[in-house]
Design a protein around this ligand. Sequence first.
Ligand SMILES: NC(=O)c1ccc[n+]([C@@H]2O[C@H](COP(=O)([O-])OP(=O)(O)OC[C@H]3O[C@@H](n4cnc5c(N)ncnc54)[C@H](O)[C@@H]3O)[C@@H](O)[C@H]2O)c1
Length: 350
Amino acid sequence: MKQVLITGSLGLIGYTTALYYLKKNYRVIGIDNDFRTKSLHSVPLSNQKLKFLQQNFPSLYTHFNIDIQHHAEIANVLHKYNDRISLIVHTAAQTSHDWSKLHPVTDYSINAISTLHLLESVREYNPGAVFLFTSTNKVYGDLVNTLEFDESDLRYDLPRSHHLYDGITEQFSLDQSTHSIFGASKLAADILVQEYAHYYGLQTGVFRLGVVAGPGQSGAFLQGFLAYMIHKIKQKEIFKIVGYHGKQVRDIIHAEDVVLAFDAFFSAPKPGSVYNMGGGRANSASIRELLQKIEVLCNTKTTASYDGTVRQGDHKWWITDTSKFKKDYPNWRPMYTLDDIITALYNQTT
Ligand SMILES: NC(=O)c1ccc[n+]([C@@H]2O[C@H](COP(=O)([O-])OP(=O)(O)OC[C@H]3O[C@@H](n4cnc5c(N)ncnc54)[C@H](O)[C@@H]3O)[C@@H](O)[C@H]2O)c1
């Protein structure tokens, strides 16, 4: 029986990955200590998700409530399952920009140092496994903000003639900009994951993600803004816009489309590759546009406030160019439109 190990298995991407492989009858070994709920005070969903996995897949899902900073315990899990693991999806991380500013050492310990130790354990016990790392577009820092955007009532955007109109490619500079402490710790891990392919021959792949959303996302003010926005709207509370008058643009991808990309790489790995991954221009919107869309799609009213607060290093505009991934894996296309994602979140988020 094929086995998949997922760190962060109760988070948005980890949980979606777990469900995908469990439904394919893989054995899934999940690691998660519910750090997200504790650190970000997010909507608490992890107990519910763990119960669902354990009740619906009792013989296929095994959970370890371990902090990935406890390197010896993590090594024991990899040792125990050794070469039966064919895929490792490493999603456990400190995920918030703002939290990292307050706790830089813990952020680095979880995101960078624990990834290094995990790679070492994989090198020792599971060198044949495909190892996928969920990186972030924050590794590019805020250099994107120096582009000359047009400003309309609702959004910033590049002129149609601009060479980056369809999004940012992997060629974009990683240097000479503000990344946030979170962006820096993720970049350290991102590069280490690449080097473990170059130096030690591991079958690693790096996915630099934009905004990922989907049901089961535990929204928090500090991270996972779309789930949080919808949560506030459903609670009939005010959504607080942070930065840029709400005109900042993001492209949004459904977590299941990310998992389909993981699976394509798993089927035909290109070790050491790096891919930008996101919803692309078709799935892009500003915060103000999203609020309007939600009103129409979900037949509801929204209220938002803006007090001029800016998040340091925040992107004014981000659209992902996924053409490198599409070239390597031509059968992959995002299945979910932005409207689908919003509707699914509205119908399922608490
Ligand atoms: N969701 C996005 O929009 C997005 C965007 C860019 C990058 N990413 C990256 O993708 C990965 C997954 O994101 P997500 O949205 O699923 O996040 P998430 O917070 O929903 O999931 C991460 C999971 O990891 C667990 N975790 C964190 N620290 C841990 C630790 N020390 N030990 C054990 N478990 C721990 C958390 O409890 C959580 O369940 C992260 O690495 C994140 O940086 C996500």
